[in-house]
Design a protein around this ligand. Structure first.
Ligand SMILES: Nc1ncnc2c1ncn2[C@@H]1O[C@H](COP(=O)(O)OP(=O)(O)O)[C@@H](O)[C@H]1O
Ligand SMILES: O=c1ccn([C@@H]2O[C@H](COP(=O)(O)O)[C@@H](O)[C@H]2O)c(=O)[nH]1
Length: 238
């Protein structure tokens, strides 16, 4: 395994297609990709009742436990496994169990604010922003939240207008300026192929120092760790 790993950050608004892009990259690259949903690092809100948790602003940076994310990314980059929290959207809270995540050649951090925190940005080798129009994103979100996350239509609309949209404009969309690559619409085949090519070039034996200080040992292809899916996510968008 390469130490440190090649770390990709994938940001973008809710419903932009971040999860789809990161899953497609992980599946196409093969075994050595660890996917880290930023959602797993929402603060533990066990001290609140469900009704109070339902009122929390989950689109503000303060909703996330950045310290834990930085520590766990650091550990993975040093080749150490971490016990990653898991998140349950239906109850707006962290699950009791954690999942052991092993370090791997490629780490993909994916979430609305993956390109927000300065210290996290320093850990990223490639920064991607998925840009999809707001009307498309809200339609996708309604479908997903009602079907997968146990919400009702009225609640989804209230949350969108009350917090999701204003926080997107204030905190998420401005992180586009931190991106190396902007992918339109989500699962854009050409863009995903280019990402995969870049990752594979970074991992290729014989290209040991593609960006100056990175060394990629010849272990690639030998005893790679199993792919870990740490899941249990101008123009009017963006
Ligand atoms: N390019 C695309 N075309 C059509 N539907 C897409 C595309 N990319 C993603 N989707 C769909 O949109 C929904 C939200 O995508 P997802 O990847 O979960 O977004 P995010 O992680 O940014 O919230 C999913 O149902 C997904 O299948
Ligand atoms: O308990 C929660 C936690 C988060 N959310 C919403 O999720 C999205 C982020 O997930 P995506 O997959 O990027 O859409 C964020 O906009 C939060 O509003 C939630 O509703 N409840």
């Amino acid at each position: 395994m390469s130490i440190p790993s090649f770390v990709i950050g994938i940001a973008g608004g809710t419903g932009a297609g971040k999860t789809t892009v990161s899953r497609t990259v992980a599946e196409t690259v093969g075994e050595a990709v660890t996917r880290i949903p930023l959602d797993n690092y929402y603060e533990d809100l066990s001290h609140l009742e469900y009704e109070e948790r339902a009122e929390v602003n989950y689109d503000h940076p303060s909703a996330f436990e950045w310290e834990l994310l930085r520590d766990q990314l650091d550990s993975l980059l040093m080749g150490q496994p971490v016990e990653m929290p898991q998140y349950d959207f239906e109850v707006h809270n962290r699950k009791d169990e954690r999942v052991t995540v092993e370090p791997s050649d490629v780490i993909v951090l994916e979430g609305i604010l993956s390109l927000f925190d300065e210290q996290v940005l320093e850990m990223l080798d490639l920064k991607v922003y998925v840009m999809t129009d707001a009307d498309v994103r809200i339609l996708r979100r309604i479908e997903r939240d009602v079907i997968d996350r146990g919400r009702d239509l009225e609640g989804v609309i209230d949350q969108y207008l009350g917090t999701v949209k204003p926080m997107h404009e204030q905190f998420v969309a401005p992180t586009k300026k931190n991106a190396d690559i902007i992918i339109p619409e989500g699962a854009n085949r050409m863009a995903v192929d280019l990402l995969v090519e870049k990752v594979e070039a970074e991992l290729a034996p014989g290209d040991p120092d593609a960006d100056g200080d990175r060394t990629f040992p010849l272990e690639v292809g030998e005893g790679r760790p199993t792919r870990v899916d740490a899941d249990s996510s101008s123009r009017p968008d963006d």
